[in-house]
Design a binder for this molecule. Structure first.
Ligand code: ADP
Ligand code: MG
Length: 271
């Protein structure tokens, strides 16, 4: 379980203090699939980096399985529990061969070579990239590179996987592959924290946190968040296409209130 209590994060810059997080409170339970959305600069990446102690609170607390991330003694166990995948696949690749890249984190853990090989093979299988294990990462597509980055986290066997806009630089096909992989990892029991600016992706999560100016502005199920079309628009967000279309069609047709998906809209229109 991850618990964030009254978290503030202030960046010190040459031009003064920048308040990036301003009193964030949230709880994420084991096995949950959480999406975090928010406009640019709202603090999503800063928050993400607190989940595995890449950043530490200016004030407030972050607990991972009860371990206070501010306590240096806990760093190791926090990092063992929470893996991170970032937006830019190129900045995450560290080795010249795919399998070495996936093994990188494990080598640092001091795991026996044959065990490492086993874990790397399993991880590459689960992201469907075993055929590429001797490739140079530079020869791969953006989506394939992200799958390699995710394999690296899978190999570490962390309970929690935080993904910070992993699909932002991918084409639609690559995006679909990453999302379906993330959903598979969730069904296998991983806790998923998925930051995205694609509302269709966020609507696949169990719960959505909406960030603005360093605060959590709203939280709820995707249905609670996204079928409130007028409010989301007012806040400057898109909503999934089906929810928006349903809202417009309501001006002419009598439709149920909480339509979220294309299937639900099609069914309502048939009736
Ligand atoms: P998001 O991921 O939602 O776009 P960020 O967490 O990256 O937001 O940034 C939140 C705020 O903190 C922004 O105003 C951003 O400019 C600022 N910020 C982020 N990183 C730094 C940094 N290293 N130094 C100074 N300010 C930063
Ligand atoms: Mg960001």
């Amino acid at each position: 379980m991850i618990r964030v209590e009254n978290l503030r994060h202030v960046y010190k810059t040459s031009t003064g203090d920048k308040i990036a997080l301003d009193g964030v409170n949230l709880t994420i339970n084991d096995g949950e699939f959480i999406a975090i959305i928010g406009t640019n600069g709202s603090g999503k990446s800063t928050l993400a980096k607190h989940f595995n102690a890449l950043l530490l609170p200016t004030s407030g607390k972050v607990f991972v399985d009860g371990l206070d991330t501010s306590d240096a003694e806990n760093l190791w166990n926090v990092r063992k529990n929470v893996g991170m995948v970032f937006q830019n696949p190129d900045s995450e690749i560290v080795a010249a061969i795919v399998e070495d890249d996936v093994a990188f984190g494990l080598e640092n853990l001091g795991i026996a070579p044959e065990k490492i090989r086993e874990r790397v093979d399993l991880a590459l299988d689960s992201v469907n990239m075993n055929d590429y294990k001797l490739f140079a990462p530079s020869k791969l597509s953006g989506g394939q590179k992200q799958r390699i980055a995710i394999a690296g986290v899978i190999a570490m066997q962390t309970k929690v996987i935080v993904l910070d806009e992993p699909t932002a630089m991918l084409d639609p096909q690559g995006r679909r592959e990453i999302l379906s992989l993330v959903k598979k990892l969730h069904t296998q029991g991983k806790t998923i924290i998925y930051i995205t600016h694609f509302m269709e992706e966020a609507s696949q999560a169990q719960k959505v946190f909406v960030m603005e100016r360093g605060k959590i502005l709203r939280s709820g199920t995707p249905r609670e968040i996204f079928t409130n079309v007028a409010e989301m628009k007012r806040l400057g967000f898109d909503v999934p296409v089906a929810a928006e279309l349903a809202e417009r069609l309501r001006k002419k047709f009598k439709l149920p209130k909480n339509i979220l998906t294309a299937d639900e809209l099609a069914e309502a229109l048939q009736k």
